[in-house]
Design a protein around this ligand. Structure first.
Ligand SMILES: Cc1cc2nc3c(=O)[nH]c(=O)nc-3n(C[C@H](O)[C@H](O)[C@H](O)COP(=O)(O)OP(=O)(O)OC[C@H]3O[C@@H](n4cnc5c(N)ncnc54)[C@H](O)[C@@H]3O)c2cc1C
Length: 384
C-alpha cells in the first residue's frame, strides 16, 4: 500500500444526490473537489427515488427535520434555475401540487392531524369534498365515487423532480466546475493522521484537507473503525413505472406510504414499500403486482397502461430517523452527510448548504444538534 497526498482539498465519498450537491456547492465556492464512488456516479439510490418534495416552511418550522426540509424547499427552486443556467438543461423541478387521499379511518385521522400541522406552519392545505374532487382532478373521479374513498386534501406547494434528469444536470454542473469525478473507487476505510483525513481507495491510502462521507446505505461498511459501524441500515424500496398514451394528470397522488407520481409526458411512477433485506437489490413479483393493483384501484384506466420498467433502491436509515450531518467528533476534518432515508432528494440542497458552512468555518443557518454524529457513536458503543 502506498500513501498518496493529493493537492485537491476536499474528497467526497459517494456520488449520489447528497455527495454531488455538496461537491457542486463547494466547487461554486472555489474549493477543489474530488468525488469518489465505488460504482457509477449518480446511479445509486438517488437515481431510484421518486422525486416527491412535500410542502415545507422554514419560517415557522420548529422540528429539526422540518427546518432542514424548509431550508431545502427554499433553496431548491433557485438551485434548479442555476443548474439550468450552467448546463443549458432543464433540471426538471416542478411545483405540481399533491393530493393526499384517505381510504380508512386511520388514514383519515392521520391526514386530519397532518393538515392541522401544515396549517400551524402556515402551509396551504385544503380539504376537498369528494364530489368536488371529480371536477378538480377528473382522473380521480372513479376513485372519489367508489366505496373506499373517505377524504381528500389538496396541497399546492408540493414539488416533483425527475431524479435521473436532476442527477444528470448536477453531474454535468460539477464537471463544468472541474470537480474530479472518479468511478470504481471503493473506499474501504477512513482515518486521520496529523489532522489530515485519509481514505483507503482500492488498497491505496490518499490524504486530503477535508473529507465528507456520503456513502448512503453503505456508510457503515467503511466507517466501522470510526465507531459508525451500526449507524445506517439499508431499507429497500421498489418502484414501478407505467406509461399511458396521453398524460392523465401532472400531480402527485399520495395515499399512506404509497403514491403515484404523474409526469407530464404520460409516465406514472408507482411506489413504494419498505423492506429490510440487507443489501439485496432487485424487485419481487409480489410487490410489483401489488403496486400495480394499488395504481389501478386509484386510477382504473391504468389497467391498460404499458408497464415500462421496475427497479429498487436502498434507502439509508438511521436509528432515530434523523440524518447525520456534521463532523465526526474525534476527528478534525472528517464530516458525514448521510442517513436521509425517504427524503434525501428533498433534503439535498439544505444538507449541502450546511456541510459547505461547516467546511468553510461558517455557522449553519439552522440548528443541527439533532443531526450530530456523536449520537450514533454512543449507540454503537452500547451495541458492542
Ligand atoms: C424507491 C425509493 C423512492 C424514494 N423516493 C424519494 C422521494 O420521493 N423524495 C426524496 O426526497 N427521497 C426519496 N427517496 C430517498 C432518496 O432516494 C435517498 O434518501 C437518497 O437517494 C440518498 O442519497 P445519498 O446520496 O445519501 O445515497 P446514494 O444515492 O445511494 O449515494 C451513495 C453513493 O455512495 C457510493 N458508495 C457507497 N459506498 C461506497 C464506498 N465504500 N466507496 C465509494 N463509494 C461508495 C454508492 O455507490 C452511491 O453511489 C427514495 C428512495 C427510494 C429507494
Amino acid at each position: 500500500m502506498t500513501n498518496k497526498t493529493n493537492s485537491d482539498d476536499v474528497y467526497v465519498v459517494g456520488g449520489g444526490i447528497i455527495g454531488l450537491s455538496i461537491a457542486w456547492q463547494l466547487s461554486r465556492e472555489g474549493r477543489k473537489v474530488t468525488v469518489l464512488d465505488q460504482k457509477q456516479i449518480a446511479k445509486g439510490t438517488s437515481w431510484a427515488g421518486a422525486g416527491i418534495l412535500p410542502p415545507a416552511n422554514l419560517k415557522n418550522a420548529t422540528d429539526p427535520l422540518d427546518q432542514l426540509r424548509g431550508l431545502s424547499h427554499e433553496l431548491l427552486p433557485a438551485w434548479a434555475e442555476q443548474l439550468t443556467k450552467e448546463t443549458g438543461q432543464n433540471a426538471g423541478l416542478q411545483r405540481c401540487g399533491g393530493w393526499y387521499l384517505a381510504e380508512s379511518v386511520g388514514e383519515m385521522a392521520a391526514l386530519m392531524g397532518q393538515a392541522d400541522y401544515w396549517s400551524d406552519l402556515q402551509i396551504e392545505v385544503e380539504q376537498v369534498p369528494l364530489q368536488d374532487l371529480c371536477r378538480r382532478e377528473p382522473v380521480l373521479s372513479q376513485w372519489a365515487r367508489g366505496e373506499q374513498a373517505i377524504g381528500a386534501w389538496w396541497v399546492p406547494d408540493e414539488y416533483q423532480l425527475r431524479p435521473p434528469r436532476y442527477l444528470n444536470v448536477i453531474h454535468e454542473a460539477c464537471r463544468n466546475h472541474k470537480v474530479k469525478l472518479r468511478e470504481k473507487c471503493k473506499v474501504t476505510e477512513v482515518r486521520e493522521s496529523k489532522s489530515r483525513p485519509q481514505v483507503c481507495v482500492n488498497g491505496h491510502w490518499h490524504s486530503c484537507k477535508q473529507l465528507v462521507l456520503c456513502g448512503g446505505a453503505w456508510l457503515s461498511q467503511f466507517t466501522q473503525s470510526q465507531g459508525l459501524g451500526n449507524s445506517v441500515i439499508p431499507v429497500r424500496g421498489q418502484m414501478l413505472l407505467l406509461k399511458t398514451l396521453n398524460a392523465l394528470s401532472s400531480r402527485i397522488i399520495n395515499m399512506g406510504h404509497r403514491y403515484l407520481v404523474c409526469r407530464e409526458d404520460g409516465h406514472i411512477l408507482v411506489g413504494s414499500c419498505e423492506e429490510e433485506v440487507g443489501f439485496q437489490e432487485g424487485t419481487t413479483p409480489y410487490v410489483i403486482n401489488s403496486l400495480n393493483d394499488f395504481a389501478c384501484s386509484v386510477i382504473p384506466e391504468l389497467r391498460y397502461a404499458e408497464r415500462v420498467n421496475c427497479w429498487s433502491g436502498l434507502r439509508p436509515m438511521t436509528f432515530d430517523g434523523f440524518p447525520m450531518i456534521g463532523r465526526i467528533p474525534r476527528l478534525h476534518n472528517t464530516f458525514v452527510a448521510c442517513g436521509h432515508f425517504r427524503s434525501g432528494l428533498h433534503l439535498s440542497a439544505g444538507t449541502a448548504s450546511i456541510i459547505a458552512d461547516l467546511l468553510q468555518g461558517r455557522k449553519p443557518s439552522i440548528c443541527i444538534d439533532s443531526f450530530r454524529i456523536g449520537k450514533q457513536m454512543v449507540e454503537t458503543h452500547h451495541c458492542s
